[in-house]
Design a protein around this ligand. Structure first.
Ligand code: PAD
Ligand code: ZN
Ligand code: ZN
Length: 376
C-alpha cells in the first residue's frame, strides 16, 4: 500500500535530553511539504558529532532525532522537487548547498548560508517546523538530516542523488566522516606531493584525513593518538609513523618538531579539544606550516593564542564537511568509491541493527569502534 501523502508511523531513536541514552520510540513522520523529500533510511553511521550532542559539547534543540551520516531511498517528494524522485538512492547533506547564497556562489567556500548547524541551530527544516512528532509532541530535526529514524524528511537543498548501484551500508560514510576527513586533506589543506603531515586523532574522520593525505602524495604521515589500539588501522590506511603522546615526557609538538626538521607541512586536529588544537598548530612549521581544525570544539570555549605563532608565516584554518560543496561532491565521491579510488570498508568496524544504537555509542565512547553502521 502506498505511503505517499500519508503520515508514516515508524521507529526512531529520540534523544529527549542530554547525558541520557537514546530511546527507540514510535514516531509519526508527516509527508514532505514543498521542496522537501521523505527518505526511507537504509543505513547510518555513528559519528562523534552525534555524541557531542549527548555530552552537551554541541548544542541543538531537544528532543531531537539525531544522526547525520546516512543513506537511503526516496519514498516521496513534495511539490517543486526536481533533483530526486521516488526510488532514487540518496545521501542527506548536513551541510546543504542551496546554489544561490553568497557562499554557494563563492568558488572556494562551502558552508551554505541555509545550513542549520553550529552557529544558531533551530532544529527544524527551512520552513521553521519539523515533520517528526512523538506522543503528540513535535520532535526537532538535527542539522538538516536526522538519520536515526526509519524515515526522515529533508529539504531538497540537503539531499544528493547517488549511483543506483552503490552499497548504502558503506557509502553512508560519505555523508560525513569520510568526506570530512578526506576533504580536509585534499581540499582544505591542499596537501602537496612529498609533504609531511601529522594527524591528531584516529577515529573515522582522522583515518579519512590519512586516506586523503596518502591520495595527495604525502611522503610522511605521522598519526597521533592516545589510544594505541588505533595504530594498526592507521598504518593500514597510509600512516608512516604512529606516536602516542603518553609515551613522551615532553610536549608532543616538540617531539614532532624534532622528528620533522622544525615542524610538519600540514597538521590536522581531528579530536575536538582545545589543547590538541594548540598542539597541532605548534606541530606545523612556524614559517610554512598549515594547521587545520576538523574537530568540533566544546560549546562556547575559546583559545588564547600568541599572534607571533602566525606572524612568521603559519596558516591556521578550519572547515565543515572537508570544505566540500556537498551536492556537487557527494555523488562524485560515491562514483570514486565505486571506481575503487579509496576504501571505506576499513573504517567500518561494526555493523549493528538500528535498535542497538546505544551499544554503538558505547563502543565509540570506549574507543573500541571506528565507525559502527546501523542498518534498518
Ligand atoms: P572519534 O571519537 O572516533 O575519534 C577521536 C580520536 O581522538 C580517538 O581515536 C581518540 O582516542 C583520540 N583522542 C582523544 N583525545 C586525544 C588526545 N588528547 N590526543 C590524541 N588523540 C586523542 O571521533 P570522529 O573521528 O568521529 O570525530 C573526530 C572529531 O571531528 C569530533 O570532534 C567530531 O565532532 C569532529 C567532526 N567534524 C566534522 C566537521 O565537519 N568539521 C565532521 C565530522 C566530525
Ligand atoms: Zn559527523
Ligand atoms: Zn547556499
Amino acid at each position: 500500500m502506498s505511503t505517499v501523502g500519508k503520515v508514516i508511523r515508524c521507529k526512531a531513536a529520540v534523544l529527549w535530553e542530554p547525558h541520557k541514552p537514546f530511546v527507540i520510540e514510535d514516531i509519526e513522520v508527516a509527508p514532505p511539504k514543498a521542496h522537501e523529500v521523505r527518505i526511507k533510511m537504509v543505513a547510518t553511521g555513528v559519528c562523534r558529532s552525534d555524541d557531542h550532542v549527548v555530552s552537551g559539547t554541541l548544542i541543538t534543540p531537544l528532543p531531537a532525532v539525531l544522526g547525520h551520516e546516512g543513506a537511503g531511498i526516496v519514498e516521496s517528494i513534495g511539490e517543486g522537487v526536481t533533483c530526486v524522485k521516488p526510488g532514487d538512492k540518496v545521501i542527506p547533506l548536513f551541510s546543504p548547498q542551496c546554489g544561490k547564497c553568497r557562499i554557494c556562489k563563492h568558488p572556494e567556500s562551502n558552508f551554505c548560508c541555509q545550513n542549520d548547524s553550529l552557529e544558531k541551530p533551530q532544529g527544524t527544516l527551512r520552513d521553521g517546523t519539523s515533520r517528526f512528532s512523538c506522543k503528540g509532541k513535535p520532535i526537532h530535526n538535527f542539522i538538516s538530516t536526522s538519520t536515526f529514524s526509519q524515515y526522515t524528511v529533508v529539504d531538497d537543498i540537503a539531499v544528493a542523488k547517488i549511483d543506483g548501484a552503490s552499497p548504502l551500508d558503506k557509502v553512508c560514510l560519505i555523508g560525513c566522516g569520510f568526506s570530512t576527513g578526506y576533504g580536509s586533506a585534499v581540499k582544505v589543506a591542499k596537501v602537496t606531493p612529498g609533504s609531511t603531515c601529522a594527524v591528531f586523532g584516529l577515529g573515522g574522520v582522522g583515518l579519512s584525513v590519512i586516506i586523503g593525505c596518502k591520495v595527495a602524495g604525502a611522503s610522511r604521515i605521522i598519526a597521533v593518538d592516545i589510544n594505541k589500539d588505533k595504530f594498526a588501522k592507521a598504518k593500514e590506511l597510509g600512516a608512516t609513523e604512529c606516536i602516542n603522546p603518553k609515551d613522551y615526557s615532553k610536549p608532543i609538538h616538540e617531539v614532532l618538531q624534532e622528528m620533522t626538521d622544525g615542524g610538519v607541512d600540514f597538521s590536522f586536529e581531528v579530536i575536538g579539544h582545545l589543547d590538541t588544537m594548540t598542539s597541532a598548530l605548534l606541530s606545523c612549521h612556524a614559517a610554512c606550516g598549515v594547521s587545520i581544525i576538523v574537530g568540533v570544539p566544546p560549546n562556547a570555549k575559546s583559545l588564547s593564542v600568541n599572534p607571533m605563532l602566525l606572524l612568521l608565516g603559519r596558516t591556521w584554518k578550519g572547515a565543515i564537511f572537508g570544505g566540500l560543496k556537498s551536492k556537487d561532491s557527494v555523488p562524485k565521491l560515491v562514483t570514486d568509491f565505486m571506481a575503487k579510488k579509496f576504501p571505506l570498508d576499513p573504517l567500518i568496524t561494526h555493523v549493528l541493527p538500528f535498535e542497538k544504537i546505544n551499544e554503538a555509542f558505547d563502543l565509540l565512547r570506549a574507543g573500541k569502534s571506528i565507525r559502527t553502521v546501523l542498518t534498518f
